[in-house]
Write a protein that binds this ligand. Structure first.
Ligand SMILES: Nc1ncnc2c1ncn2[C@@H]1O[C@H](COP(=O)(O)OP(=O)(O)OP(=O)(O)O)[C@@H](O)[C@H]1O
Ligand SMILES: [Mg+2]
Length: 236
C-alpha cells in the first residue's frame, strides 16, 4: 500500500498527467530514503522524460522521470542493443526503458571523472536523481537560449570536453546546444542517455554527428571551423 503524505499528494495531483503509478511508487521510495524532501517545479516536460527540481534540505536536486507509456522504446532498443554493456537486454518496453536510464546513470558516473556534468545521485527503474546545475534556485540555461559571451573560448572548452570524454572511451551521441548548459560561461554537458562507449559499432558516426552539431552552432556564433579538421583534432 502506497502511503503518501497529504501535501505530497496535493502536489502530485497537479502533475497527475505526468506521473503513472509506478513512477509515484519510485518517487515515494526515494523520498522516504531521503534522496529528496519535496518536489519544487517542473523544468521540462519532454517527449521521453519529465524533469523536475526538488528540494533536499537546503539544496536543490533534479529528478528525471522517463515516461513508461508514450515513449519511443523501439528507438531506444535500437540504440541500446549494440551497447556491450547491455548485451542481451530483452525487447520489452519497461526493461528497455530501465536499461536506458541505467545507461544514462552509468554514463554520467563515467563522464564526471573527466568533465563537469551533473553528479548522478540515485537511480531506480525509470527515475534518475542528479545534481542541480544552477545557482540560487535558477537552473543554468541551455546554450541555445544563452549564447556564450566569448564564443571562441567557450568552443575551446566544449572541444576539450568532447576530447576528454573520447579519451575516457565515451561518446555523448546527442550533443548540441540543447544538451549543453551555459553555467556562468562554463559548459556543462547533460542528457547522457544516448552516450555510448567508443567500442559501439556506430561510435564514430555518433562522434562525427556531435562534432557537426557543435561546429554548426559555433559557426552561427561567428567562428570559422572546419568539421573534418575539428573531428581529426579531437581523435588524434
Ligand atoms: N542537472 C540539471 N540541472 C539543471 N537543469 C537541468 C538538469 N538536467 C536537465 N535540466 C533541464 O531540463 C531540460 C531537459 O533535460 P534533458 O535534456 O536531460 O532531457 P530531455 O531532452 O527531455 O531528455 P531525453 O532527450 O533524454 O528524453 C534540459 O534542457 C535543462 O534545461
Ligand atoms: Mg535533452
Amino acid at each position: 500500500m502506497l502511503t503518501v503524505p497529504k501535501t505530497q499528494k496535493e502536489e502530485w495531483k497537479t502533475y497527475k498527467n505526468v506521473f503513472d503509478q509506478h513512477s509515484l511508487l519510485i518517487l515515494e521510495k526515494f523520498r522516504s530514503q531521503g534522496h529528496y524532501d519535496e518536489l519544487k517545479s517542473p523544468l521540462a516536460l519532454g517527449k521521453e522524460a519529465n524533469i523536475f527540481s526538488a528540494m533536499k534540505g537546503e539544496d536543490e536536486v533534479i529528478i528525471k522521470i522517463y515516461r513508461l507509456e508514450n515513449c519511443n522504446f523501439n528507438k531506444m532498443y535500437q540504440y541500446i542493443a549494440p551497447d556491450a554493456r547491455f548485451f542481451g537486454v530483452k525487447k520489452r518496453r519497461r526493461l528497455v526503458i530501465f536499461a536506458w536510464v541505467q545507461r544514462e546513470y552509468r554514463n554520467l558516473l563515467k563522464a564526471r571523472e573527466v568533465i563537469k556534468v551533473p553528479t548522478p545521485m540515485a537511480v531506480r527503474d525509470n527515475v534518475l536523481i542528479m545534481e542541480f546545475i544552477g545557482r540560487h534556485g535558477e537552473p543554468a540555461p541551455q546554450l541555445k537560449d544563452s549564447p556564450p559571451k566569448d564564443p571562441k573560448k567557450f568552443y575551446r572548452k566544449v572541444k576539450d570536453n568532447i576530447r576528454a570524454l573520447y579519451r575516457a572511451e565515451l561518446v555523448h551521441a546527442d550533443l548540441s546546444e540543447f544538451n549543453i548548459l551555459n553555467f556562468e560561461e562554463e559548459p556543462v554537458f547533460i542528457d547522457f542517455s544516448q552516450g555510448t562507449t567508443t567500442a559501439h559499432p556506430h561510435a564514430e558516426e555518433f562522434l562525427r554527428r556531435d562534432v557537426k552539431n557543435i561546429v554548426r552552432y559555433f559557426g552561427k556564433q561567428g567562428l570559422k571551423l572546419d568539421e573534418e579538421r575539428e573531428y581529426e583534432d579531437i581523435v588524434k
